[in-house]
Write a new protein. Sequence first.
Length: 171
Amino acid sequence: MSDALDIVADLMALSARTAPKAAGKDFIEVKVLKGKEKDAVGKDMLKLAEERSNKMFARDGNNVLNSTHLVLIGLRKHEALGLDCAACGYNCKDMRQGSVKGDFSGPSCAIRVLDMGIAIGSAAKTASTHNADNRVMYRAGVSAKRLGLIDADFVMGIPLSGTGKSIYYDR
């Protein structure tokens, strides 16, 4: 089963990489974790659950630990598209000057965040097409960024599992 999920994870990475991006400029970072790197994310999520008194980090961390793979999709440092749409809360010139730190770093151009969302959706669709259980997780991205496992300002994780019943369903 793990060999099949290796292929699915690679296909998910391909789907994210080739997903359409605004103005044809690619600021998406994709990385597939398994083994010790994947487990480090799950363990860090359990640690964050204690630090923040947030049981959802523990729930999702256990899901990551019980998964075979974790596909990370992130948004690297980027230029604003130049539309001055203000969806990020700034005009494009001011967005480049802004600096906000939290679970992730920002601000991020809303159009570039949409690019990331399309990449995430393409990857999740690919997993689903191949009947691999998966779930998009904000909290996995928080830990992956915190551990420095991906060079991105904003990250989401998609764990994979192939069991008789989805481990992500009844949580």
